[in-house]
Ligand binder design. Structure first.
Ligand code: NDP
Length: 452
């Protein structure tokens, strides 16, 4: 069979771009199609703009702290109009870097929607068809909104926040996951009157229970009106704002309502079923450990497979695909013990098992501490840091690390190395503390707070 391309990548996000570049560097003839902007969720409407907003919004608390430390601080409030154009310029710059990297590697980029006609053929929106040896689907995910909630079309998603020309005065965030908690903290930091509704008993389901309680308390302490055990029953337009009715019969008005109720894989309208690719119960493309679908010539990586929906994981899956298919080096991504951070304020870094998960598997010891770091005691800020280690009784290995503190996202990266290396509690104990830091608590917790 004659092929137009050795690899055709559909979707120019983190996983697709990495795979396209690496495959081209092996000498393969590669094309990539992206219907929106190169960079995908992470660069255009996710991690990067979100983190820049975290930086921008965290200065409110920093200025309070600076004043308490004795600085004469005169801030005249946050000006979205000064921040937002700069944010957009930065995203344009990053997109152009992504494009330049693809072009330097020799990847042909098509700026249009593409679908799969059969296991070796893709069809461009403008009608051209290409015969390809391999097809990689890396189309990511998109926000999910509960379709039956009355007035749901009035709601925004995190995608819309990055496009807001001005900041609202009040906002309701619906959901209790990563995105809901991060955006509640960002908007609260910007001075927006922020309310959050979460339907369950505590935000951040799936994370360590002590950490969830701690982060919820700190978010409330910072001024977020966090309401658990409630949900939106319906919404109506009221003037310029939105009137929200809750399932427990309350009514409140907000300038904007932002739904962060999960994301779903972008699989619709790609021709996947016609080509023989199957989807799992959760809507993600079914793949084996080499990211190969049921159709041998079609692979999928990143959020569209709904495995672990994180940028660095998509990048690794893209790289492993290239190693496997183009470098004759079958490579599997290890999805265990992936460190991650929720960029709340304060941050939450976590790796490994929660206490409940670990206790369900084996006998454990739990070491934890919550305390006011010295800088907070000095200025009488109530915010507490939280450190927790979950340890196997039998092997002494650290099974989980959970940290809530300023910079926890940075700290958890190294804790992740320790876990990957199989560090034991005794290795932590034998490590001399770095003093005075918050993180020294990681090596100073001598007695378990409980065993299970
Ligand atoms: P999550 O799955 O983390 O959270 C979804 C939230 O919405 C949950 O609280 C869920 O409640 C709630 N929910 C779901 N359906 C409904 C509904 N019908 N009505 C009301 N509430 C509902 O999704 P996110 O969108 O926050 O994030 C998606 C993924 O993106 C994350 O899982 C993560 O992998 C990734 N991400 C990572 C980040 C990081 O690394 N810092 C940042 C942002 C996203 P319940 O718990 O009851 O199901």
């Amino acid at each position: 069979m004659e092929f137009d391309y050795d690899l055709f990548v559909i979707g120019g996000g983190s996983g697709g771009v990495r795979a396209a570049r690496m495959a081209a560097e092996t000498g393969a003839k590669v094309a990539l199609a992206e219907e929106y902007r190169v960079g995908g969720t992470c660069v255009i409407r996710g991690c990067v703009p979100k983190k820049l907003m975290v930086f921008a919004s965290s200065h409110a608390a920093r200025m309070e702290d600076a004043a308490a430390f004795g600085w004469g601080v005169s801030a005249d409030g946050f000006d979205w109009q000064r921040f937002w154009p700069r944010l957009r310029t930065e995203l344009d710059r990053l997109e152009s870097v992504y494009r330049a990297n693809l072009s330097r590697a020799g990847v042909t980029v098509f700026e249009q929607r593409t679908l799969i006609s059969d296991p070796h053929t893709v069809e461009m929106a403008e009608g051209r068809r290409f015969v390809c040896k391999h097809i990689l689907v890396s189309t990511g995910g998109r926000p999910f909104l509960p379709p039956k909630t009355p007035g749901i079309d009035l709601a925004d998603t995190s995608d819309d926040v990055f496009l807001m020309p001005e900041l609202p005065k009040s906002v309701l965030i619906v959901g209790g996951g990563y995105i809901a908690c991060e955006f509640a903290c960002i908007l609260n930091g910007f001075g927006v009157n922020t309310t959050q509704y979460y339907r369950g008993t505590q935000i951040l389901r799936g994370f360590d229970d002590d950490a969830r309680d701690h982060i919820a308390a700190q978010m409330s302490e910072r001024g977020i009106d966090l309401n658990v055990g409630t949900d939106v029953a319906g919404m109506d337009r009221q003037g310029e704002g939105i009137l929200v009715r809750t399932v427990d019969g309350r009514e409140s008005a907000f300038d904007r309502v932002i739904y962060a109720t999960g994301r779903i894989p972008n699989t619709a309208g790609l021709g996947l079923e016609r080509a023989g690719v199957t989807l799992g119960k959760d809507g993600g493309i079914e793949v084996d450990r080499y990211s190969q679908t049921r159709v041998p010539s079609i692979y999928a990586v990143g959020d569209v497979t709904n495995r672990v929906n994180l940028t660095p994981v998509a990048i690794r899956e893209g790289a492993a695909f290239v190693d496997t298919v183009f470098s004759a080096n079958p490579t599997v991504v290890d999805h265990a013990n992936i460190p991650s951070a929720v960029f709340t304020q304060p941050e939450f870094g976590t790796v490994g098992l929660t206490e409940a998960e670990a206790a369900g598997r084996e006998g454990i010891e739990v070491y934890s501490t919550a305390f006011r770091p010295m800088q907070n005691s000095f200025i009488d800020r109530n915010e507490q840091a939280f450190f927790k280690l979950v340890v196997s009784k039998a092997t002494r290995r650290i099974l989980g690390v959970h940290i809530i503190a300023e910079g926890a996202g940075e700290l958890i990266q190294l804790a992740g190395v320790a876990l990957k290396a199989g560090a034991t509690k005794e290795a932590f104990d034998a490590t001399v503390a770095v003093h005075p830091t918050m993180a020294e608590e990681l090596v100073l917790m001598k007695s378990p707070v409980r065993t299970a």
